[in-house]
Each structure stands twice: as C-alpha cells, then as structure tokens.
Design a protein around this ligand. Structure first.
Ligand code: HSE
Length: 414
C-alpha cells in the first residue's frame, strides 16, 4: 500500500481525494498496489467528512513521515508551495502538482532537485487540466524536433470569446456570465490579462525546447480591450478571435514566445474549440501537426491528471529520465518585435480613402474589411506578414497623421 499526502483541500485537492477513493480498484491494477491518502494539509477545518481525521495544519507531519512516498501539491501560488515541494523532494518523496505558477517560475530548479534526490517532480495537470500534453511532449513525441506550439490554453477566456462571437456580447457582459457560471474567479485578472496562459506556454516551451522560459520573457496581452467591432471584423474576414499562446523555435535556435488575442481563420484546427475547452497544436518535424483537445480546467479533469502522476510516481519511483529542462540560457528568447506577423488594425479615420492610401504606403498590400453598421470614421484592414517592429512603427506614424489605432491584433496561420 502506497501512502500519499495532499497539500491543499481546495477544488483540485478535494477532487484528488475523491478520485483516489472512487477509482481505487482501477488505480490498484494500474499502480500495482493500493494508494491511500494518509494526510491532507490545509489551514481550514473540514468537519463531517469521512476522512476528517486525516487533516493536519503542520507540514512537518508529512515531510517527516517515512511512510508517505508521494506528495500532491495542489495549493497553488509560489509560496509556500515552493518551500514545501523542495523539502518533500529533499526528503526523498516524489512531488506531483497542478501548480502552473510554481512550475513556470521554478520548474528547472525543482526538476534538478528531484533528479539529485532520485525522485520525480511531475506536473501533467499544470497545463490543459485533464488533457494529456506534458507526457506526450517528452515521451510520445520524443523522436521529433519540435518547432512550434500554439494553443488555446485558458478555458475562461475561451468561454468569454465564444459568447462574444456566438451571442454578440460585449466583453464585460461575457465576463459577468463566466463569473455567474463559476468559470472565472471573482478576481479574474490572471485569466483575462493573459497571465494564466503565459505560465502555461512557459511550461510547454521549456519542455519542448529544453531551456527554462520565464513568464517575463513572454510578451503577454489579455482580451480586456476586445470589442464587438473587432469580433465583427474577424467574422467578415472569415475567422474568429482566440487567446493564443505561442512559442516558436527560429532557425537561429532562438525562441519567441507570445500570448495575446489573434485572428485565426475559421478552418484553422483551433477555431472550432469553444466554451471552456482548450486545444494545443504541436508542430514536429516528423509528425507534422498534432492537436490535443479537451477539458482544460475543472475539479475532476484536473484531478484526473494529478492522480495519473501519482500512479506513475508509485509505479516507477525513481527519477524521470525524459522530463527535464535546463535553466535559462542567456539571450535564448528573442525580442518578439523581430518576429513576422500579419496584423488586423482598426483606425479612427474620418477620411477612409486617405487611411487606405497611408496604410498601403506603410504596410504594402492590405485587405480592407467591412462590418454591419460600420461608422464612417472607422477604417479596418489586415496587413501581409511583416516584422512586428515595422507594424508598430507604422501604427505610430498613422497616429501622428491623426489616424490612431483603436485595435491591433495579430493574424495567425495555425
Ligand atoms: N483559470 C484557468 C482556466 C483554470 O480558465 O483555464 C485552469 O488552469
């Protein structure tokens, strides 16, 4: 019988306890032994549960217990999750986690400490909730040179964007609906400002390209400034707007990583991913494109991935040979402004013909867009792919000429 501890009895932690209890027979056959939750760390009281006697507020009762071989850290946040994870690894216990903030900030260090101590640090649940993506990246796709990862990595914003597209809601209205249904947090800033997707693309890029990519190296924009007009223009262009996390390896070996709203064509493999679902496209030189799709959040989908990691750690107790990356090499992430991208730009411009001529002069060939009830003083268009620095400079020149950009959104081919 393997004994484990769960740090945090929130949505995911209580899901882990539930899945370990409800699926004990199948877990026994897959892990080769039964798994029991011996201790649960939480500062709150949980009276009246069938397992209320297992709670503790004292982490030393877990780290000092030689019977406990695996710790599931599902508390979230960097501190004290980082200190607890370090202590558990140094005590020879494998740690599994759903904590994307911690993995994105400290993954290289935690992986190294796990190796040194002959145990595992696993985090399948940190990206894509229940979607298998971490293990496929370092095991099933190991034969590939990976060149790009593009994904819808945040369920809350995907729900909001779906409502804006399908029901014509403005951003604020769609956010209120997401909060009413319990998808968005009361403070939804990590979702809507792009921080949650940023952490997830850091983890995927670090694993795919072998060097730690930190959140401050990723150019991150959220969806708070999107308008119903942007949505209408995307529709008339033949596409949708999605919050896309993207990491690419350039031919010179450097990486670029961005998170932001993007126009994508309706026939793109990611365009049909709606509501709270996530989708992740991985591009490899042998496999071509492969897309992972499923429930990216929620109690039981996330617990499913955490418990799969627990089973792996129980069944194969030594360190993982393939799940690792090194700490960041200097200058490995290039300035995103050097990257090429097409852009949708919507200008405030009283004279549309003057705007068209000025935009063509700055960006070359452009595709003008229209929408129902377009105000006369608005001119929207899509550029061809250009270095992003050139797009930014061009928009600044248009603003100097009295034609400020109301919106600027990347156009991605994925
Ligand atoms: N807030 C996240 C989302 C939860 O909406 O995708 C899962 O990481």
């Amino acid at each position: 019988m393997a004994k484990i501890a769960v740090l945090g009895h929130g949505v995911v932690g209580s899901g882990v306890v539930e899945v370990v209890h409800d699926n004990q027979q199948s877990i026994l056959s897959r892990a080769g032994e039964a798994i029991e939750v011996k201790r649960i760390l939480d500062l709150r009281e949980f009276p009246g549960l069938s397992y209320s006697d297992r709670f503790t507020k004292d982490f030393s009762e877990i780290v000092g217990d030689p019977e406990i071989s695996v710790v599931a850290e599902v508390m979230g946040g960097v501190h004290p999750a980082y200190e607890f994870s370090m202590q558990a690894l140094r005590a020879g216990k494998s740690v599994v986690t759903s904590n994307k903030e911690l993995v994105a900030q400290k993954g290289a260090e935690l992986l190294a400490v796990a190796q040194e101590n002959g145990v595992k640090y696993l985090f399948e649940a940190s990206v894509g909730g229940g979607i298998p993506i971490i293990r496929p990246l370092h095991q099933c796709l190991a034969a590939n040179e990976l060149t790009e990862i593009v994904g819808i990595l945040n369920g809350t914003t995907n729900f909001i964007l779906t409502k804006m597209f399908k029901e014509g809601m403005e951003f604020g209205e769609a956010l209120a609906e997401a909060q009413r249904l319990g998808y968005a947090e009361r403070d939804p800033s990590a979702d809507i400002e792009g921080g949650d997707a940023c952490r997830k693309i850091c983890i995927l890029a670090s694993l795919a390209f072998g060097k730690h990519v930190y959140p401050d190296q990723v150019e991150t924009q959220g969806i708070t400034k999107l308008t119903a007009a942007d949505v209408a223009y995307a529709g008339s262009w033949g596409g949708v707007i999605k919050l896309i996390g993207r990491a690419k390896k350039r031919e010179d070996g450097k990486l670029t990583a961005t998170v932001g709203p993007a126009f994508i064509k309706s026939d793109s493999q990611l365009a049909g991913i709606e509501d709270v679902f996530n989708g992740i496209l991985v591009r490899g030189n042998a496999i071509g494109d492969v897309v992972f799709y499923g429930r990216g959040a929620g109690k039981l989908p996330t617990a499913s991935a955490v418990v799969a990691d627990i089973i792996d750690a129980v069944k194969n107790p030594g360190p993982s040979k393939s799940l690792h990356w090194e700490d960041a090499a200097e200058n490995q992430v290039a300035d995103w402004r050097e990257d090429q991208a097409a852009y949708y730009i919507c200008l405030r411009a009283a004279d549309n013909e003057r705007a068209r001529a000025a935009a063509s002069g700055l960006f070359g060939e452009i595709q003008a867009l229209s929408r129902d009830d377009k105000p006369d003083d608005e001119f929207a268009f899509v550029t061809v792919p250009l270095p992003e620095s050139k797009i930014l400079d061009g928009a600044a020149r248009l603003a100097e000429q009295g034609m400020p950009a109301l919106s600027m959104i990347r156009v991605l081919d994925c």
